[in-house]
Design a protein around this ligand. Sequence first.
Ligand code: GLU
Length: 444
Amino acid sequence: MHVVTRFAPSPTGHLHVGNLRTAILNWMWARKAGGRFLLRIDDTDAARSDEAFVAAIRDDLAWLGLAPDGEERQSARLDAYAERFAALAAAGRVYRCYETPEELDLRRKVLLGRGLPPIYDRAALALTDADHARLAAEGRAPHWRFRLDHDAPIVWDDRIRGPQRFDPATMSDPVVRRADGSWLYLLPSVIDDIDMGITDVVRGEDHVSNTAAQVQMFEALGAAPPAFAHAALLTGAEGKLSKRLGSLGVAHFREAGIEPQALVALLARIGTSDPVEPVVDPMALAAAFDFARFGRAPARFDEGELAALNARIVHQLPFEAVAPRLPHGMTAAAWDAVRPNLSTVGDAAAWWQVIAGPVEPPATSDDDRAFLHAAARAAETIDWAGDPWHALTGALKAETGRKGRALFLPLRLALTGQDHGPDMAALLPLIGRDAAVTRLRGAG
Ligand code: GLU
């Protein structure tokens, strides 16, 4: 079967890290199977949906490299919902209710007080045509519930959670349409999944009880339910996903210098038995993707782990991939020289400054001053065509008897203004003869 997945965010806010993970799982599963990955904008809630968030969702997916193969939006499909809804109404699978939120709340409290589960009592099913006519005459518009079939357990074999079984008698008939005619999420989602040929619904385990109701909706609409995979939710490093972490989105990670590949590589693997690895090509992650690797325990999202993974990704990025983000004039050779020392691509600017100069001359001891004088003279005479750093340090070692730290550190300080940094053998040719001589003289 041709795999079709969908990522279905509501454009009522920015995508957060949990949404991004759901998108990545759907993308990987579709890519692995050579199938399709759809973006579905769940914008039936017109008051809370915002076009700016729709644009931001597209941008976020593009930044992550998760281009969808198609985009759908629920607000364009209201006719399809109305048509299927009419069929369900004719079949008695949706029914009219008039209880106010306060009434429902009170009934729930009474049931809970008696130690009973707070399930809707289906009182509205007993209403007669005359009752409906009277309520309509009073100007009361109904909301609609989906009538769950209590005859058989709801079962599905979840790709992550394994066999699932729900007793529909323990569930409230879900409200699917409001009194103003607007839609709640459950039914339009099922209609979309049918019409768009969705084969796999991959989402967080907060949707498991929705799935139980939706399985019956698929059946009521004459369709076989798709396969379901519910991933355990994310938690922060210290247990629960904090409010702050849970609300972090692409903008935050981007600002922190996180590469999209790092975020994808981490979110693809946390919560699974596969190791988190610095995989630059997300297609490689897709190829290795397997629901069987997912555990039932929450997936631990650790920003420290993300930062470390990011550095390992940056160390692999070729010059062409980062050139537009580097300071003006920075060369491929300079990128290659400083790359192993970077945590983020943005850090390259400081090292380019070290190469291009000017650098702040360090405070030098009398002892080192004489040594650096000798170094400036040696720098003028060595062969710069080959490996000037080894030529320079070799000559100075022979001349002064210095070795190790005493030999290298004053040179590094004088040449770069820093006591640490990229390999001097890579930096020195980039600094070049004239600048090197000047810097050594300036420090000496
Ligand atoms: N719009 C729903 C949400 O964001 C979609 C859930 C689903 O994947 O079906 O939770």
